[in-house]
Design a protein around this ligand. Structure first.
Ligand SMILES: C[S@@+](CC[C@H](N)C(=O)[O-])C[C@H]1O[C@@H](n2cnc3c(N)ncnc32)[C@H](O)[C@@H]1O
Length: 255
């Protein structure tokens, strides 16, 4: 039986809602959302907009209770640990009150996701609270699909190739080393958290003669989506929701 059809009271489901387009929620995600009493969602601070909530809003009714949970985007560990613990406590209390609860997560629920911290905090501090995960479409997969709208083809991986999804390195030296290692190992790169780094990443790609082998994708699935070859994108600061796909080589045998 599927997670969605088993969703009963006293349960929590962590749901990946995909990168932006409400049509990219899975059938299971929509079914669980429709059955939920409480819809929890992450925000960066009090009063902030929730991206995951905005993505899922088409599927939420006015009689469902919304529960914003704050996860500050800071480097210090203590505020983040406190927020994960607080979120786990609040969600556990909702479940113990007999509610069907979902926690929305942008993209996939296990890939660089707030939901993963909540998952670990629940397991550690509330082992009696049952929960399930529903995966979502990751932004890198949605970017590869969106590229086709502009007649750009960048399949993520073929045959023996690798695919490495990771945050963009912090420095030029680290990025060049990563590009060289990916080239040697036939690995396609999906670099997330690109935004502020793009202004120095672009010149690095140019230096490595990779501008025509990289795809830039910003706010995939949103009305202002922009997906373009890297060489068409000026080297200014980009939004947090931007990423890069880099395919340095292609298999020898292709259609
Ligand atoms: C914390 S990670 C979340 C990843 C998400 N769980 C996923 O499965 O794609 C945030 C980063 O993912 C990328 N990202 C997420 N959604 C995106 C979108 N709609 N368009 C472009 N990049 C996106 C950006 O690089 C952003 O900095």
């Amino acid at each position: 039986m599927s997670i969605a059809s088993e969703f009963s009271s006293d349960q929590l489901v962590l749901v990946g809602v995909g990168p932006g387009d409400p049509e990219l929620l899975t059938v299971a995600a929509v079914r669980v959302l429709k059955a939920a009493d409480v819809v929890a969602y992450p925000i960066a601070h009090e009063g902030a907009e929730g991206m995951a909530l905005a993505i899922a809003s088409r599927w939420i009714r006015s009689d469902q209770r919304l529960l914003p949970l704050s996860f500050p985007m800071v480097t210090e560990s203590q505020p983040r640990i406190a927020a994960w613990r607080q979120a786990a406590d609040v969600l556990a209390a909702e479940v113990r009150s007999g509610n069907r609860v979902v926690l929305l997560c942008e993209g996939d629920v296990s890939l660089f996701a707030t939901g993963s911290y909540v998952q670990l905090a629940l397991r550690r501090h509330h082992p009696d609270v049952p929960f399930a995960l529903i995966p979502g479409i990751p932004s890198v997969c949605a970017a590869a699909a969106a590229a086709v709208e502009g007649s750009l083809d960048l399949p993520l991986a073929f045959q023996q190739e690798g695919l490495l999804i990771r945050p963009c390195p912090e420095t030029n030296v680290e990025l060049i080393a990563l590009l060289q290692s990916a080239r040697k190992t036939s690995t396609v790169l999906g670099l997330i958290k690109l935004g502020q780094r793009w202004s120095w990443v672009r010149p690095a790609l140019e230096q490595e003669k990779l501008l025509d082998r990289a795809l830039f994708a910003q706010r995939v699935g949103w009305p202002d989506q922009w997906v373009a070859p890297a060489q068409a994108v000026p080297d200014d600061v980009k939004p947090y929701f931007s990423l890069l796909l880099i395919r340095q080589q292609w298999p020898e045998v292709l259609p």
